[in-house]
Design a protein around this ligand. Structure first.
Ligand code: NAD
Ligand code: GLY
Length: 362
């Protein structure tokens, strides 16, 4: 097992461990050591519960445990699912010393984390992420919340968990398309600030695609260490944390234009990251060869890297204006300053953005 720490500014009391290893859900001593609470609410869904709920409940046999099964899917990342958890906590008369465990992907983690942030003005949460995306990104850093009918993640809170437990064995049952979508967020860390990790992902492609346990553990730990450092530096996204949105402004526009149905989030982020890197070429910061390498790496991990013809450049530019990073009408984009070294740019000429989008067509 590998243990990292998210070091938060207010000191050791808020800092927390990320435990990473194969089969950790079956390690009863570890579970006992990180779960001192007596009243436990496990939040999960049927997809995940059928594989992973039993070992967790067995390890908690001496405690009071309730389980909330949420409906699956982004359409249910809403206030109704959040209320389902609160109703269960109230019905069980759980007090302020109780614990919510999120067992599932990023959707479960975000909703359960938000319930922990708000039940009785805040109780403790613990994340057990079971998708690659959740293991490398959403379970770490304390962003919690649900969607509003008018937009994604519009309701939420920052609320750090007491620990993150990553059992890499859970990825064995993940559908291949979900695994690929998680790889988009993995590649993102290379593009943000880590050229040697980008090369490592090129070199180890076959092993990672085959779920080699040692490579997976190394890759996930590397991503978590990068994210932990970014969160430690900027917990509430006043600056550097925004870099985690590389490719996301373009990706969110593509998702919205296709009503969140055509692509998984990671797939849209893959296309968006290719566009952002291409914009780096147009701004004379990245070589054409490195932009070609970027598109090739996403494709190598079964991710899309081009924009279909039926989505117009004008429509993408229009949707991008809704991005949460826009300030005073000025679009702010996470872009390469050099290859694998990103920053935030405001006021990039619309013509350059247009050229970058046009250059990424199939
Ligand atoms: P998800 O939670 O919907 O999981 C994807 C699918 O895989 C679901 O059908 C789920 O039931 C299933 N699943 C989960 N684990 C499984 C397993 N081990 N075996 C078989 N099936 C399994 O999606 P996701 O990609 O994990 O998360 C996406 C969400 O994460 C989005 O809502 C996004 O906004 C959020 N997110 C949050 C943050 C953050 O910092 N909080 C960061 C990135 C993304
Ligand atoms: N996934 C973006 C963040 O945690 O800030």
């Amino acid at each position: 097992m590998n243990t990292l720490t998210v070091n938060l500014p207010a000191g050791a009391a808020r800092s927390y461990p990320i435990h990473i290893g194969h089969g950790l859900l079956h390690d009863r001593d570890l579970l006992a050591s990180i779960i001192p609470q007596r009243q436990i609410c496990i939040v999960t869904n049927d997809n995940v519960a059928r594989h992973y709920l039993a070992p967790l409940t067995a390890a908690l046999a001496d405690k009071t445990v309730i389980t909330v099964h949420l409906p699956d899917g982004e359409a249910h990342k809403n206030l109704a699912s959040y209320a389902q958890i609160l109703d269960a906590l109230v019905a069980a008369r759980y007090d302020r010393d109780s614990l919510i465990i999120a067992l599932g992907g990023g959707i479960t983690g975000d909703i359960a984390g938000f319930a922990a942030a708000t039940y009785q003005r805040g109780i403790t949460g613990l994340q057990i992420p079971t998708t690659l995306l959740a293991q490398v990104d959403s379970s770490v850093g304390g962003k919690t919340g649900v969607n509003h009918p008018q937009g994604k993640n519009l309701i939420g809170a920052f609320h750090q968990p007491q620990a993150v437990l990553i059992d890499t064995a859970t990825l064995a049952t993940l559908p291949p398309r979900e695994y690929a979508a998680g790889m988009a967020e993995v590649i993102k860390y290379g593009l943000i600030n880590d050229p040697s990790f980008f090369t490592w992902l090129e070199t180890n492609r076959d092993g990672i695609r085959a779920h080699d346990p040692a490579l997976l553990a190394e890759m996930i730990a590397h991503c978590c260490a990068n994210k932990a450092a970014i969160v430690a530096a900027d917990e509430r996204e006043q600056g550097v944390r925004a870099l985690l949105n590389y490719g996301h402004t373009f990706g969110h526009a593509l998702e919205a234009l296709t009503h969140y149905k055509r692509w998984k989030h990671g797939e849209a982020v893959a296309i968006g990251s290719v566009i952002a890197t291409r914009l780096g070429v147009i701004l004379d910061r990245v070589s054409d060869a490195d932009a070609v390498r970027t598109a090739a790496l996403f494709a190598a991990y079964d991710l899309p890297a081009t924009i279909p013809a039926e989505i117009t450049t004008a429509a993408i530019l229009d949707k991008m204006q809704l991005d949460k990073k826009t300030r005073g009408g000025i679009l702010r984009l996470v872009l390469p300053q050099h290859f694998c070294d990103s920053g935030i740019d405001g006021g990039v000429a619309a013509e350059a953005i247009r050229q970058a989008i046009d250059a990424c067509r199939a």
